[in-house]
Design a protein around this ligand. Sequence first.
Ligand code: B12
Ligand code: SF4
Ligand code: SF4
Length: 378
Amino acid sequence: MLVMHIEHSNTRTLAPLPDSGIDKAALVKKIRQWGKELGFSSIGIAHADTSYASDAVIQLDRWLKLGRHGEMDYMAKHRELRATPPMLLAGTVSVVSARMPYWPQVAESKQVLANGEMAYISRYALGRDYHRRVRQGLQRLAKRIEMELTEQQGQDFPFCYRVFSDSAPVMEVAFATQAGISWQGKHTLALSREGSWHFLGEIYTSLDLPADAPGDGHCGTCSLCIKTCPTSAIVAPYELDANLCISYLTIELHGPIPLHLRPLIGNRIYGCDDCQLCCPWNRFARIGDPDFAARNGMDAAKLVDLFAWNEQEFEQRLAGSPIRRIGHERWLRNIAVALGNAKPTMDIKSALLARSNHPSALVREHVAWALSRVSGAK
Ligand code: B12
Ligand code: SF4
Ligand code: SF4
């Protein structure tokens, strides 16, 4: 089962589109404008032919060969579809790449990270699940394009497309770079002059649109993300070992968290933002879509309070949130690790003891580890 990244691989076909008589430059200008009205901060166009991106495919293969994807089997399984867009969706000629900002107005992240009794949740996950929100925006954009083409052609124009946002094997960061809406930062994320707090999404279409110039990199000599990463997961510039990344450990990994990495996780109970919090470009980030605003005080919650939720409370309070995808068992696993990393208090010990007979072996083992730490064996 896939968790944060919910990729599907069912392939389909797009019919070729007659495009004579379309003022494509004017159309692309309008697409950018409509994109802004729909909450996207930037829209660019790339050709679906990835031969230009052969470097990206070579590095993807190297990454997979080195096992850097850990348990994310879908990364290896869908390699062909990811590397070759027309294999995922036959007939695809152009890719409309879009980014949607999500930085929420929240409690100061660094203060939450420094307070071991509080829970740090990735800023992207404090509000509504982005997968649907981004795709809905792209669907609306595609409908606007269809209306425009129908008007221009004076007859029904069936714009053929499919939209994605972390929902299919698509090289999203590579396309965003190729479409000129960002460059790839050394932390491997898509970065722009407005920072990296944005989601990516795409429209694959059989309409041949004029491509934009690729984005230039502006990391320069900076390497703050590499130095700041708590687990040294960015093993070299542009190279991430997911096995070490806290985001992978707390969201994608199903089994026990490796013992040697637990102390490094601190109070990060869902995802991690350290490589972005330190990035100088994020000083220029603006507040994102209101759908991503923090709900239920999740930006400054206490670990013991979240640990006390039963499964029903977990399901109810996190309805519509991406966090719900990890399930109650791994939620408790993650919080147990954070409690084991906190300064011991009576409240923390009692909270852990209350879970020490939990029916899940995974939870019991992480609780036992945390209890051994708070009882003085740290
Ligand atoms: C798998 C995955 C993960 C994995 C692995 C991350 C990774 N860097 O690969 C894990 C679970 C760790 C993860 C974590 C996060 N993810 Co994620 N993830 C993905 C996913 C599904 C695929 C990424 C991928 O293709 N990886 C494969 C590797 C090979 O790609 P790559 O690292 O970009 O490698 C390229 C270069 O770095 C370079 N390269 C690689 N190796 C080498 C070696 C050398 C020597 C050189 C020179 C170059 C080089 O070439 C490669 C090909 O272009 C994408 C969605 C998608 N479909 O694209 C989201 C996506 C990248 N994730 C996203 C987010 C938000 C996150 C987190 C911030 C969540 C969080 N707060 O916890 C973290 C950030 C961690 C980080 N620093 O990357 C967003 C990023 C938005 C943005 N601004 O870019 C995406 C785009 C989803 C979305 N639609 O919004 N993620
Ligand atoms: S998300 Fe956290 S653990 Fe992963 S690379 Fe960034 S700083 Fe490192
Ligand atoms: S912290 Fe520095 S090196 Fe890392 S992505 Fe930001 S600008 Fe690039």
